[in-house]
Design a binder for this molecule. Structure first.
Ligand code: COA
Length: 270
């Protein structure tokens, strides 16, 4: 049961990259349940089709599945063009597509580093840029980027992701200032460890998850619904004066200085 009004996003159109799985999927389902039509975008059709079908069946809202690689500007422009053509408008962009794996910096190849930068940082830029030119510049709207807290300190095994998410934060702040006057709010959410996600499976085994639960100040892992509720708030008019913010939802973990648990996850892998 949502605390938000059922029709909060009625007839708005939202593009969600990485919308087939994990956090992106949770956001897509919730926005549809609150009245939006969604377009979900991913490289992998198998990730998209079940989610788009579930959205249509459970909410009665339109949901478009778009196969595209956020690293490829031409594919992104074509996908954004389809959203406007088939769904009629584009009010909100959620940049949730991301790449991650644990790897000690000394072992990381140039292509491994570049691949994550390309997906997270260039992908966020490619999608935001295409949406701006196709719709947002003339009509206003909102962009929400999914960032992280890994770059607030030094997180072992995450040099590529830390660099990529720092770039996402920089994009968030810069575009908020440049595009704010055109009625476009740009914000980010920085989740801590969120259970039942691909990121969690890649970053910490169950033993680390159990330790995290004891260390996180609120004594639980994050849930997809935590990110979803914050998303609904930031996209709503209740957050009309919030622009260029990166809002952390991690139960206080990054304040407690315990991100070095990742060093243990790395050791447990080797
Ligand atoms: N450790 C070290 N290097 C790795 C790696 C790992 N676990 N996984 C991939 N790489 C390297 C590859 O070796 C390659 O570099 P190389 O050419 O020098 O060998 C480079 O990264 C690209 O790998 P590739 O598999 O070709 O890229 P891809 O585009 O198919 O996949 C990834 C992108 C690597 C980010 C992949 O993990 C992915 O698709 N992730 C999406 C889902 C995800 O990460 N979700 C969690 C988000 S929090």
């Amino acid at each position: 049961m949502s605390i938000f009004r059922d029709d909060l996003f009625r007839d708005q159109v939202v593009l969600i990259t990485g919308g087939g799985t994990g956090i992106g999927r949770g956001i897509a389902m919730a926005l549809a349940a609150h009245g939006a039509d969604t377009a979900i975008l991913s490289r992998t059709a198998e990730h998209l089709d079940p989610t788009a079908t579930e959205i249509r069946n459970s909410t009665g809202r339109r949901s478009l599945a778009l196969v595209a690689d956020v690293r490829q500007p031409e594919q992104v422009e074509a996908a954004v063009g389809r959203v406007v053509e088939e769904l009629g408008r584009l009010d909100i962009v959620i940049n949730a597509a991301a790449g991650n794996f644990l790897c000690p910096s000394a072992d990381l190849s140039p292509n491994g580093f570049g691949t994550v930068l390309d997906i997270d940082a260039k992908g966020t830029w490619n999608v935001s840029r295409a949406a701006y030119h196709a719709w947002l510049r003339d009509h206003g709207g909102r962009i929400l980027n999914i960032s992280a807290t890994l770059h607030y300190g030094g997180t072992p095994g995450q040099v590529h992701v830390a660099a990529a998410k720092a770039a996402v934060d920089a994009l968030t702040r810069t575009l908020a200032v440049e595009w704010g006057p055109q009625g476009i709010r740009v914000n980010a959410i920085a989740p801590g460890p969120i259970s039942d996600t691909e990121g969690a499976r890649r970053l910490f085994p169950d033993t680390i998850a159990d330790r995290l639960k004891r260390i996180i100040p609120v004594r639980r892992l994050g849930r997809i619904e935590d990110v979803v509720n914050l998303t609904l708030f930031l996209l709503s008019d209740a957050a009309a004066n919030i622009n260029g913010e990166i809002v952390v939802t991690d139960g206080g973990l990054c304040l407690s200085g315990n991100l070095n648990l990742f060093a243990e996850a790395l050791r447990s892998k080797s």
